[in-house]
Design a protein around this ligand. Structure first.
Ligand code: ADP
Length: 805
């Protein structure tokens, strides 16, 4: 340290010599003082400083050369630099009365900072004139640091989410922060001085004794998890950290306690525990794997489904579970997972430890770390064997129902015996899952053989041809005589039939029958129509459900077979009737032609008026009779499929003109209105038959409109067809009548009094059909009818423009 040269003023001794008061050497006192003191002259030049000042500044300024302060860097407490003009010394010299004590910061040459309280005092001469400044500097750095620390601590305590509470050794609360208020619900004023027991539920009272014992022994308690009670009585989980509080002498006077509300953590832990329990108790396999497919976790469900224990599976690659043919799936799954995508209910197949394949439904989701990076995948695999089985079962039942439905429909619509039996045999063989099935028709054939093989399914007929008719054997008899169903899992082992196996007589390698099912088909009258027999080379193939299905169909088949038999009988009667009509009309035709010939000869001979009238009436009646017989003949030709046509190409429009002309001459009570357009309608057909069809419709129009007097005949030529319509304003037909109109011998009730055979429309439709046309009727009872039919044109009609080219 440099030698300090005190100023003249400071060298003065006080009190004055000779004042009687012992003289004090101020300079010496000042020099020894722990308080930093320095003086400046009127110019601010430092004139004196003591050791303490030099220590504080960290340097020793040269007296008489430096001004204001021994430290070069001075700041206001907020860090702003203090310029010489505004420093406390300058202000005091200026006579600034407000320049009292002031806090400043100085930075010492070594960089350290000190907080100073500056006390500048003006030095005045006897005339009160300021001659300099006397400055006391008090180092308040330590206080300041303490203060800041205190403030910081208070702020921390106040802003803490945790409850920070202190208490004395009698458990009385001595401080309480806002975290404590938030957690426990009490305000500071409500709890200060109260016992900490306030927060402890009865069940935990012993906690406090334990805590106090530790505290008294100077021990800290870390993260002690217990339960505390809030103001409204709610118990909450807390984690306590308790430290002893000591006085300056180190004596323990109480404890500070940090209570953290760990409800959330407990909840999370509870949830985790719950999740773990769920995972463990799940029937699904819940597995996690890393992004390379290595198994990281494995639950009990996984063990149950895939057969590997947790120990065996963890660390292995997930491909352990994937059948070779499906290995590519894992690549796709991992790619999706890396892209953050989820795979939902992906139905596939996985492999059991034993190598067995298991159908599973997979849901795979990415697993993310706290930063959201994908680190693996969780996979839930559900064994869907049962569903797959159920689905297959349902599909099987649906298929069976479809078969039953279609067989039921087709046999009920079918009257052909052979057709019905074949359908029934095919369908039941399929439904029973049989390797083959046969229907034995219980009929007596011409040779007196009462069992005749009728239909077969799944096996060539020759096999049964070689087999003969085993009707009297014990295996067949019950079906055809005893009327009972026989269902045997292994007929070879059945003592009832063992000696008479259905295999007997079969070529080797063919149709070995092990499973056997036989169902009789019984008619309504109770007679056995026949039997359905099924075989399979494996045992136990036919179950009760198969038996029930076959029995059901057999019952339906019985009805159809009964119908078919009836139909056969009716048909044969009807065939006989048709034969008779054909014969009778043919036989009638010959004498009629002869009578007409003689009448025509007679008409040429001269005769009186009366004879002329009778002759004409006879000729008219003969023509009518002839046309009736002709209709009958034609009908029997249609039925026999022998109605012949002579095709030629002609203009239908011309024909209609002729028909119209004849009609106008021959019809007295009805007026004809017609429109045939002006385009020819060239068709290919039997001219005579088509004329017959049109005339028939025209005659009906007249015949069935006795109260009306108009008939309309029109032709419309479309590009592809000619459409002819015949309309009347007569009695008309209701819908029911319209439905039956074209059946042979049908005559509407309402037209009873009008003569006819009910064959005209039947033949007309046959003629139109055979010409590839279509006939229809529009009619309203009491208003009239319109019959329309179309015939395809031989040459499509050219439009006016096209024809001109
Ligand atoms: P028919 O006239 O000999 O009885 P059709 O086959 O020509 O035989 O006609 C069958 C039945 O259809 C007739 O008996 C009649 O009841 C009804 N029918 C036919 N044409 C008409 C019509 N234009 N108006 C009302 N009913 C008709």
């Amino acid at each position: 340290m440099k030698s300090v040269v005190p100023s003249e003023a400071s060298q003065k001794s006080f009190p004055e010599p000779g004042s009687g008061i012992p003289e004090i050497n101020f300079r010496q006192i000042s020099e020894e003082s722990p308080v930093a003191i320095y003086t400046c002259d009127i110019n601010g030049m430092i004139t004196y400083y003591n050791r303490a000042a030099a220590n504080l500044w960290g340097r020793s300024p040269e007296l008489g050369t430096e001004r204001w302060s021994g430290c070069k860097k001075i700041f206001f407490p907020d860090g702003k630099p203090v310029s010489p003009e505004e420093c406390p010394v300058a202000n005091t010299l200026k006579g600034d009365v407000s320049a009292g004590k002031q806090e400043i910061l100085i930075q010492r040459p070594d960089g350290s900072v000190k907080n100073l309280m500056v006390h500048p005092k003006p030095l005045q001469d006897s005339s009160q004139k300021i001659t300099g400044v006397h400055v006391t500097l008090i180092d308040i750095s330590e206080q300041q640091t303490q203060h800041v620390r205190q403030e910081t601590l208070s702020a921390i305590v106040e802003s803490s989410d945790d409850a920070i509470i202190s208490k004395d050794l009698n458990s009385r609360i001595t401080s309480w922060n806002s975290g404590a208020e938030r957690i426990f619900g009490y305000k500071e004023s409500e709890v200060l001085g109260k016992s900490i027991m306030l927060l402890i539920p009865d069940s935990r009272l012993h906690d406090e004794d334990l805590i106090l014992k530790n505290i008294r022994n100077g021990r800290r308690i870390h993260h002690f998890e217990t339960i505390r009670k809030t103001k409204n009585g709610k118990e909450i989980p807390v984690s306590l950290s308790i430290s002893p509080v000591k006085d300056k002498q180190g004596k323990i006077i109480g404890a500070s306690k940090i209570a953290r509300d760990v409800s959330y953590r407990w909840e999370v832990e509870e949830k985790q525990a719950m999740l773990s329990a769920i995972v463990e108790s799940s029937d699904d396999a819940i597995v996690s794997k890393d992004l390379h497919g290595n198994i990281m976790s494995w639950n009990f469900g996984a063990e149950k489904i895939f057969g590997y224990t947790e120990e065996e599976a963890i660390g292995e690659n997930i491909t352990l579970l994937i059948p070779k043919s499906r290995l590519a799936e894992e690549k796709t799954i991992l790619t999706k997972i890396r892209n953050g995508e989820k795979i939902d209910h992906f139905e596939t197949v996985r492999r059991h430890k034993t190598g067995r394949n298991i159908p599973v439904s997979l849901t795979v989701s990415p697993i993310k770390d706290q930063q959201g990076n994908i680190i693996g995948a969780s996979k839930v695999a559900r064994d869907i064997s049962a569903q797959v089985k159920a689905k297959t079962e349902i599909e099987k039942h649906t298929r069976n129902l479809e078969i039953i439905n279609s067989v039921g429909k087709s046999i009920s619509e079918n009257l052909d015996l052979q057709g019905i039996l074949q359908k029934v045999t095919d369908a039941t063989t399929k439904l029973a899952g049989a390797a083959f099935g046969a229907f034995f028709y219980n009929n007596v054939d011409e040779e007196g053989e009462s069992f005749r093989l009728f239909t077969l399914s799944g096996a060539p007929r020759e096999i049964f041809d070689n087999m003969g008719m085993p009707r009297h054997t014990s295996v067949f008899k019950p079906t055809f005589a005893g009327k009972e169903v026989i269902r045997v899992d292994d007929i070879r082992k059945d003592p009832r039939y063992g000696k008479n196996l259905p295999n007997r007589g079969m070529p080797s390698g063919h149709l070995s029958v092990v499973s056997y099912l036989a169902v009789p088909v019984i008619s309504k009258s109770g007679t056995v129509i026949g039997g359905l027999l099924f075989g399979h080379p494996d045992s136990g193939m036919f179950k009760l459900e198969h038996e029930e299905m076959v029995v059901n169909i057999a019952a339906q088949a019985a009805i159809s077979l009964d119908n078919s038999r009836l139909f056969e009988q009716v048909k044969s009667l009807s065939d006989k009737k048709d034969e008779f009509i054909a014969l009778a009309s043919h036989e009638l035709k010959t004498p009629l032609t002869t009578i007409k010939g003689y009448l025509q000869v007679l008409s040429k001979i001269e005769k009186d008026q009366m004879s002329e009238l009778f002759l004409n009436k006879s000729l008219y009646q003969v023509d009518k009779l002839n046309s009736l017989v002709e209709d009958l003949l034609n009908m029997s030709r249609v039925e026999a499929g022998k109605l012949e046509f002579n095709l030629e190409v002609f203009d239908l429009r011309e024909m209609l003109l002729d028909i119209a002309e004849t009609f106008i001459y021959s019809t007295k009570n009805h007026k004809l209105f017609y429109d045939f357009g002006n385009v020819p309608a060239i068709i290919e057909g039997d001219k005579q038959r088509i004329e017959q069809a049109i005339t028939n419709l025209m005659n009906n129009a007249v015949k069935y409109s006795p109260g009306a007097d108009k008939v309309y005949l029109n032709l419309k030529v479309d590009p592809q067809s000619a459409v002819i319509s015949v309309r009347d304003e007569g009695i008309g037909l209701n819908e029911e009548q319209q439905r039956h109109l074209f059946t042979r011998f049908y005559r509407a009730e309402s037209t009873k009094g009008i003569s006819g055979l009910g064959l005209g429309l039947y033949l007309t439709r046959e003629i139109i059909d055979r010409h590839h046309g279509k006939i229809s009727v529009k009619s309203k009872e009491g208003e009239g009818s319109e019959f329309l039919f179309d015939l395809p044109l031989k040459e499509p009609v050219q439009r006016a423009g096209e024809a001109a080219e």
